[in-house]
Design a binder for this molecule. Structure first.
Ligand SMILES: Nc1ncnc2c1ncn2[C@@H]1O[C@H](COP(=O)(O)OP(=O)(O)O)[C@@H](O)[C@H]1O
Ligand SMILES: O=C(CO)[C@@H](O)[C@@H](O)COP(=O)(O)O
Length: 555
C-alpha cells in the first residue's frame, strides 16, 4: 500500500502544499494559497497606519490559512486518505520572525497590539534594522568576536538579532510583552504540534548559533545594549533541535484545521533554500544549488569550515547532517524583474502579451532571447534590494548603465537578468577563491522552471553546465522528504534524509550547457561588472548611500 508525505513551502507571496508518494518521489497533487495580506510594505492591515521605508511585514494568520486551504485540497485532489499520509514537513523564507506569547499567540493577533507595526511578522526582506546591524557589526569587529567570520565578516540586517533589537529600540512595550521571538517556520510547526521547537538551520544561519559554541556571549549582548544581556534566555532559547529530527505529532486542533490524522509525524521546521538540497538529490560537497525566485539563495556542502568573504554563513549540519552547509544569496532577483514589469513596460507590450496569450515576463523574455550578448550596450548592477553577498549591504541600490534614446524594454529586462547572473558569478568565485570547491551547478525554484533564456545566460556567464530540478515545487518536495524522515522507516518513511534524497531527489535529463562564443563576451562584460561592483560597493564612491540619506531627510 503506497504511503505519502506532505511538504508545505512558505514563499514570499504564497504558500504551496505538495502531496508526494514516498519512494518514487512522485508529486501527486499541489495546491497554492496566495497570502491574504500579501507583503505589507506600505500599510498595516486596514490601510491607515503607514509603514516607514524598508519595512516588510506579514500576517501570521495567512500562514494558518495556507494549512487550512492547501492540505485538504491536496488530499482531495489526490484522492488519498489522511490515514496514508505518514508525515509532514514545512519550509519557510528566513529570517522571518514574530513576537509571541508563551501559548503561541502572535502579538499582532491580540486586539491591543494590532496597530503596532512591531507586533507583526518581520519578513526576511524587512531591511529597516540596518542601523542595528551596523552597530552590531562594529562592536563585534572591535571586540574581535570569533563568530563574525563564520558569517562572511558581517551580520545582515535581515537576520535575527538586528530585527530583535529594532523591536526593543522602537517598541520596548512590544519587546516586553513578547514571551518569545520566533522564526515563523518554528511558529507554524508549533501550531501543528502544540510546542515550539526551534530548528538548527535558522538558529545557525540567522541567529548566530553554533553547534559547539552556542550563541554570542552575554558580555557581547550586554556591551551591545544592557537590556539585551539575557536576550537568548528571555526571548529565544538555548534548546535547538536538529533538522532531520521529529518535532512532534499533529494535535487534535491541527487535525481539525488540516484534515490530517492526529498523531501524524511532523518534522522540525526548515528553510526554503536549505530544504531543496536533498530534493535535487545532492548529498555530497562541491555541488552548488541556486534556489531562484523572488530572491536567490546559493547552498553548497563542504567538508571543512572555511571562511568565505561575504557569504551568509557556514553551519555544521545546517543542511545535511555530517557536513558543513554554506549559504550565500542575492536579495533581489525575480523581485526586480517584477519591479520592471510593473513600472517600466509600455501599454503596447501589455496588449501584445495579451494577444499572444503570454504573461509580460514571457513576452519580454521572448523578445530578449533575440538579442546577442553585448548587443544592447547595457550593463546593470543587481542591487535593486541591496546586496546580500558578497558585500552584505542593504543600502546599495540598482544601476543601469549605457541606456540611450533607442533602448528597448526587452534590452533592459535582459540586462537585469545578466546582472543577476554576474552577481551569482561573484558568489561562485568567492567560494572557489576561499578553498570551497564548486564543481557542479544546479538550479531550482520558480525562475529555473519558467525561464529557459535566463538559465542559458547563467550557463554562459558561469561557463558551466546547469542541472535543473525535476520538480516544479522543489522546496515543498524537500519538506515532504523531511516529513518522511520524521515518520521513520518503521512507519513507511526513511531513517535519514540522505536515504530519502537517494530515492526521491532528482534533476531533469536536459541540462543547460555554455555556449563558448557567448561565454567569451560575457567574460568581457563581467570584467566591467566587477569594476562597477567594486567602485560602488566597496567605498570608492558612496553615492548610493548619500542619495539614500538625502531621501530619508525628505520623508
Ligand atoms: N518568466 C519569468 N521570468 C523571470 N522571472 C519571473 C517569471 N515569472 C515570474 N517571475 C518572477 O519570479 C518571482 C517569483 O518566484 P517564485 O519562485 O514563484 O516565488 P518565491 O520566490 O516567492 O518562492 C517573482 O519575483 C516574479 O517576478
Ligand atoms: O534567505 C532565505 C533563506 O535563507 C530565503 O528564505 C529568502 O531569500 C526568501 O526566499 P524566496 O525568494 O521567497 O524564495
Amino acid at each position: 500500500m503506497a504511503k505519502y508525505s506532505i511538504g508545505v513551502d512558505y514563499g514570499t507571496q504564497s504558500g504551496r502544499a505538495v502531496l508526494v508518494e514516498i519512494g518514487s518521489g512522485r508529486e501527486i497533487a499541489t495546491s497554492v494559497k496566495e497570502y491574504t495580506h500579501g507583503v505589507m510594505d506600505e500599510y498595516l492591515p486596514g490601510g491607515k497606519k503607514k509603514l516607514e521605508d524598508d519595512w516588510a511585514l506579514q500576517h501570521p494568520n495567512d500562514y494558518l490559512e495556507v494549512l487550512q486551504v492547501t492540505i485538504p485540497s491536496v488530499l482531495t485532489k489526490a484522492n488519498v486518505s489522511a490515514e496514508d499520509v505518514i508525515g509532514i514537513g514545512i519550509d519557510f523564507t528566513a529570517c522571518t520572525v514574530l513576537p509571541v506569547k508563551n501559548d503561541g499567540t502572535p502579538l499582532c493577533m491580540i486586539d491591543q497590539y494590532k496597530d503596532e507595526p512591531h507586533s507583526y511578522v518581520k519578513l526576511w526582506k524587512h531591511h529597516a534594522a540596518q542601523d542595528e546591524a551596523n552597530r552590531l557589526n562594529e562592536l563585534a569587529e572591535e571586540r574581535g568576536e570569533d563568530f563574525l567570520k563564520r558569517y562572511g565578516g558581517k551580520i545582515s540586517s535581515e537576520w535575527m538579532f538586528p530585527k530583535v533589537w529594532q523591536i526593543l529600540n522602537e517598541a520596548p512595550a512590544i519587546y516586553q510583552e513578547a514571551d518569545q521571538i520566533v522564526e515563523a517556520t518554528d511558529w507554524v510547526i508549533s501550531q501543528l504540534t502544540g510546542e515550539i521547537r526551534r530548528n538548527s538551520c535558522t538558529a545557525g544561519y540567522k541567529a548566530i548559533w553554533h553547534k559547539q559554541k552556542g550563541y554570542p556571549s552575554k558580555e557581547f549582548f550586554k556591551a551591545l545594549d544592557p537590556r539585551l544581556e539575557n536576550v537568548v534566555e528571555e526571548k529565544l532559547s538555548n534548546e535547538i533541535h536538529s533538522i532531520g529530527s521529529k518535532a512532534g505529532e499533529i494535535t487534535a486542533e491541527a487535525a481539525a484545521l488540516t484534515g490530517l490524522k492526529q498523531g501524524t509525524a511532523v518534522a522540525v521546521a526548515n528553510v526554503d533554500a536549505h530544504v531543496s538540497i536533498p530534493a535535487v538529490g545532492i548529498t555530497e560537497p562541491g555541488k552548488l544549488l541556486m534556489i531562484m525566485g523572488t530572491s536567490t539563495c546559493h547552498i553548497l556542502l563542504g567538508e571543512e569550515e572555511k571562511i568565505v568573504p561575504g557569504m551568509c554563513g557556514v553551519v555544521e549540519d545546517g543542511v545535511l547532517p555530517g557536513l558543513m552547509g554554506y549559504e550565500a544569496g542575492q536579495s533581489c532577483v525575480g523581485d526586480h524583474f517584477e519591479w520592471f514589469t510593473e513600472n517600466c513596460v509600455p501599454a503596447a507590450y501589455e496588449e501584445e502579451a495579451k494577444e499572444k496569450g503570454m504573461n509580460i515576463h514571457q513576452l519580454l523574455t521572448e523578445k530578449a532571447s533575440k538579442l546577442q550578448p553585448g548587443e544592447s550596450g547595457l550593463l546593470a548592477l543587481d542591487w535593486w534590494n541591496g546586496n546580500r553577498s558578497t558585500l552584505v549591504d542593504v543600502d546599495l541600490t540598482g544601476v543601469l548603465l549605457g541606456a540611450t534614446l533607442l533602448t528597448k524594454p526587452e534590452e533592459i529586462y535582459r540586462a537585469l537578468i545578466e546582472a543577476t547572473a554576474y552577481g551569482t558569478r561573484t558568489i561562485v568565485e568567492a567560494f572557489r577563491n576561499s578553498g570551497v570547491p564548486v564543481n557542479e551547478i544546479y538550479a531550482c525554484g520558480g525562475i529555473a522552471e519558467k525561464n529557459a533564456l535566463m538559465m542559458q545566460i547563467y550557463s554562459d556567464v558561469l561557463n558551466s553546465e546547469i542541472k535543473i530540478s525535476a520538480s516544479s515545487q522543489t522546496p515543498a518536495l524537500g519538506s515532504a522528504m523531511f516529513g518522511a524522515v520524521a515518520a521513520g522507516k518503521e512507519r513507511g518513511g526513511y531513517d535519514s534524509i540522505t536515504d530519502a534524497a537517494e530515492e526521491m531527489g532528482r534533476v531533469k535529463e536536459e541540462t543547460f550547457k555554455p555556449n563558448s562564443a557567448s561565454a567569451k563576451i560575457y567574460n568581457q562584460l563581467y570584467a566591467e561588472y566587477e569594476t562597477l561592483y567594486n567602485y560602488f560597493g566597496r567605498g570608492e564612491n558612496d553615492v548610493m548611500k548619500r542619495l539614500k540619506n538625502l531621501k530619508k531627510q525628505n520623508i
